[in-house]
Design a protein around this ligand. Structure first.
Ligand SMILES: Nc1ncnc2c1ncn2[C@@H]1O[C@H](COP(=O)(O)OP(=O)(O)OP(=O)(O)O)[C@@H](O)[C@H]1O
Ligand SMILES: [Zn+2]
Length: 826
């Protein structure tokens, strides 16, 4: 399909005032005539949705779903990763996506994409930003993608063409990759002058998802903020604030293999991302993102309540940036004008990030994304207090300004404003008091070490780990006394930490890669029939009988490839036509057990883990003997372990219901994890939970257990289930049809229109395995309840015999983590 002409583009924006788009850099600069950011965002979405048949998909929360390698959602493509990897559930909506458009909340403040250090120093990198993107999943490719991008920028947004430069992949001899001449020629054919079409090497113009996985050449669009007929090609990709990348179009056509080689992907995809803040800066004829209406209300709010004057704030010349870089090391001792400007930018940026993260359920904490958020908060607090001399509570007071800017696009901010402010205030108070404590520890240590060049590494590491002190802050504090941190040793410790968490992540996982998944689909291998996991009954005596399951080995998976045979002593994934093993998902631990080859009763193949990927269940085993495709196996699930998981999973549903009953309807589940030993349940609550309330919660559960209520389970269309009032869902992507679990009320009654059942008992969307009657739970005891942060609590509970045992009194102290911990002794 040819790209739409100007007439259609004009039609697209017909509801926008014509003047709104007439403030390009070469036109009159009038703040009022500039398109507000909201219109810019809207025009992007409408262009792809209405003119080019894309489906509008809402922004995913910034807390990643099912991607343990990722701290925050950092690009629009994250939520579509299962499509690129081929792991999307065959019954999920994802597999139907062909053309998609969205505006994604992104955080780049840790992990691979970490722009934290640039924030405040330049005027176009933020820790939180919005990425506008359009996607093709096996649909259009390079020509249409470039054509639409060019049309949007030059005809709809009316950006002058002579300010735009495009880059393409210039090839890589080592990898044997030729230049992406296809993209180059497309740009030329669109009328971009050859002097504006520039080749760049792998580093700039080849995009990779990670060390392995989908990748491909990209083509980027850069904008020259100076213009005036100059030729700025030499400034492209030079980190020059005058010539900035605005849009990146990635063409996913390869996958990087473990051995470093590249293989063609089964399907070619387009993944694009344009920073809204940078685009709005261009369209509002500004030079700095902080000068646009995405930031000015926040900067005004800072200005109104702080003493230092707002000077040169919005223009960040290279000179200013250099000054900014210098003062970061100096401002601890006192403020200067450069750091005031930087402080405004840092605080405005960080309060946006904090607001968005907290609204999406990431709270400042002790590890992973939570820890990163805590550092962001502490960095913001330091700038507020040390540079802007703002009183406690100042940072949180900026949240309404953030909500004013972003609340229409992301209503969750409006919904959670109070909670965001409370959490920021609580954490600020904890930090300020730990600053005092840290200062005392540092002073005492300095007195004790006598004449020494270095500050003791173990003290610094512990201040860093336990009190959340940034190492550079400790460095500045000891530097005043002429002492240094031993950065070499600290670097080794940090490296060790990173390696450990990497190993934990990579360790046990047996997941099918994109090629194997595509090959299985190509070969017509059906998704694993795992319905036997639900095949169990309960006898008169209340005992559970699990049905027997026999299956055929369809394929083995080892060294990232599908194999027909695996020799003895090898660790591999076993793909069967059917299984009764529960694969780790939905917060429930995977089953344990073993496989046995038919007719060979003396050789057990213990199952170490069970994973689910693209509809296939993979059993991870270390083979005691050769295993081949076609072998018949019997499956033995460890029944006691499975039953314990079932008890605890059903208990989790009852707990969720009972908490809502006792604490009110606004109690929302934030996360849960069910193992055979215990259950963990995180939930939001307005006020701290009292001991009395916890006893009531246990009482509600006890009644449901004593009534030995039937647990009804069944599959229903997702649309039907999600419309039910009071139904418990968590922000997960559910398959369609979806499984519903209802306690005491048959599914049909629970889901009828106007049914109050979901308000009066536990009705949840859930794929877990559950008891058939609540009686087997016997008892439930909450063994700990603690507040993770104000507004979010975590309960750990045990059931059956364990619930009846008296607990040993134990006192847990967390070093100044801002956590309130309570243990209950029964
Ligand atoms: N930290 C950020 N703050 C604001 N916008 C960003 C940031 N990082 C990326 N973007 C925007 O998202 C688009 C796509 O992201 P991509 O990963 O290609 O950027 P990038 O190559 O990291 O950008 P840069 O090289 O400028 O840091 C960019 O073209 C830019 O407009
Ligand atoms: Zn569940």
């Amino acid at each position: 399909m040819a790209t739409a002409g100007p007439a259609r583009a004009g039609g697209l924006l017909q509801r926008l005032p014509p003047a709104a788009w007439r403030c390009g850099p070469r036109r009159a600069r009038s703040a009022t005539a500039c398109p507000p950011a909201a219109q810019v965002r809207q025009a992007f979405l409408r262009f792809f949705q209405e003119q080019h048949g894309h489906r509008l998909v809402p922004s995913a929360p910034v807390r990643p779903r099912g991607d343990p390698g990722l701290l925050f959602v950092n690009a629009g493509m994250n939520q579509f990763k299962p499509i690129f990897l081929g792991t999307a559930h065959p019954q999920s909506e994802l597999v139907q996506y062909q053309r998609v458009v969205n505006s994604q909340k992104c955080v780049r403040a840790g992990g691979k994409h970490n722009d934290l250090d640039d924030v405040g120093r330049d005027v176009y990198h933020h820790t939180f930003f919005e990425m506008l993107g359009n996607w093709s999943f096996g649909d259009y490719f390079k020509e249409k993608a470039c054509g639409m991008a060019w049309e949007l920028l030059t005809q709809v947004y009316e950006i002058s063409k002579d300010r735009l430069y495009v880059t393409y992949f210039g090839g890589d001899a080592l990898l044997g990759l030729s230049p992406d001449e296809e993209s180059r020629d497309i740009w030329l054919s669109l009328g971009v002058p050859p002097s504006h079409v520039l080749p760049f090497p792998l580093k700039e113009n080849f995009w990779e998802m990670g060390e392995t996985g989908p990748c491909g050449p990209c083509t980027e669009i850069h904008y020259d903020h100076v213009g005036g007929g100059r030729h700025a090609a030499a400034l492209v990709n030079q980190d020059n604030p005058d010539v900035v990348e605005i849009w990146n179009l990635v063409f996913m056509q390869y996958s990087r293999e473990v051995d470093g080689s590249l293989r063609s992907l089964p399907q070619h995809h387009v993944d694009t991302g344009m920073g809204l803040e940078r685009l709005v800066t261009v369209l509002q004829s500004k030079h700095s993102n902080y000068d646009t209406d995405l930031f000015t209300p926040i900067l005004d709010a800072i200005h109104k309540s702080t003493l230092p004057p707002l000077k040169h704030l919005l223009s960040c010349s290279p000179l200013h940036r250099a000054a900014g870089a210098l003062v970061t090391r100096a401002w601890w001792g006192g403020a200067d004008i450069g750091s005031v400007n930087m402080a405004y930018r840092v605080v405005a940026d960080h309060v946006r990030t904090l607001s968005v993260c907290i609204a999406d359920g990431v709270y400042p904490g002790m590890s992973g994304a939570e820890l990163v958020l805590r550092r962001i908060l502490r960095r913001a607090v330091r700038f507020c207090t040390e540079v802007l001399h703002a009183p406690p509570g100042f940072l949180a007071s900026l949240v309404p300004a953030v909500v004013e800017v972003l609340g229409d696009a992301y209503p969750e901010l409006r919904k959670n404003t109070d909670q965001i402010m409370t959490i920021i205030n609580d954490n600020e108070a904890a930090f300020l008091s730990s600053l005092l404590r840290g200062r005392r520890i540092i002073d005492r240590t300095l007195q004790q070490i006598g004449p020494s060049k270095f500050f003791p590494t173990e003290v610094a590491w512990s201040l860093h780990g336990n009190l959340g002190f940034p190492l550079d802050l400790i460095d500045l504090m000891v530097e005043e006394k002429g002492i240094q941190l031993d950065w070499a040793t600290l670097g080794q410790l940090a490296q060790k930490d990173a390696e450990q968490s990497h190993e934990q992540l990579e360790g046990s996982v047996a997941r099918l890669d994109v090629h194997s998944l595509a090959q299985l689909q190509r070969d017509g291998v059906p998704a694993t029939d795992d319905s036997p996991k639900y095949a169990y009954t309960i006898g008169q005596d209340g005992k559970y009988a699990f049905s027997f399951c026999q299956a055929t080995v369809l394929m083995l998976y080892k060294d990232h490839s599908l194999q027909k045979e695996v020799g003895a002593g090898q660790r591999c994934g076993v793909l069967l036509d059917r299984t009764n093993f529960y694969a780790e998902q939905g917060g429930q631990a995977h089953d344990q057990g073993y496989l046995m080859r038919l007719g060979q009763q003396d050789v057990l193949f213990p199952v170490e883990s069970v994973h689910f990927s693209g509809g296939y269940v993979i059993h991870e085993v270390t083979t005691p003997e050769t295993l081949r495709a076609g072998d018949q196996v019997q499956l033995f699930v460890a029944e006691a372990h499975r039953l314990a998981c079932m008890v605890n999973h059903t208990a989790t549903h009852l707990l969720s219901f009972a908490l809502r009953r006792v604490l009110g309807d606004r109690t929302e589940q934030q996360g849960s994890h069910v193992t055979a030993e215990q259950l963990r349940f995180d939930f939001s609550t307005k006020a701290p939970v009292t001991t009395q309330q916890l006893r009531e919660v246990e009482g509600v559960i006890q009644e449901m257990v004593e009534r030995n209520e039937t647990v009804y389970m069944g599959e229903v269309p997702l649309a039907l289930a999600s419309g039910v009032q009071g139904l418990r869902t968590i922000d997960e992507v559910y398959p369609d049809p979806v499984r519903v679990v209802s306690v005491g009320v048959p599914i049909e009654s629970a889901l009828t229109l106007n049914s109050q059942a979901a308000m009066q008992t536990s009705v949840e969307l859930c794929c877990g395995t559950h008891l058939l009657q609540t009686g087997a739970m016997q008892d439930l005891t909450i063994i700990s309840e603690r507040q993770l942060v104000k507004g979010i609590s975590q309960i750990i509970a045990v059931t059956r015999e364990q619930a009846k045992q008296p607990l040993a009194a134990e006192c847990l102290c967390l070093p100044d983590s801002g956590l309130l911990l309570r243990m209950f002794y029964f």
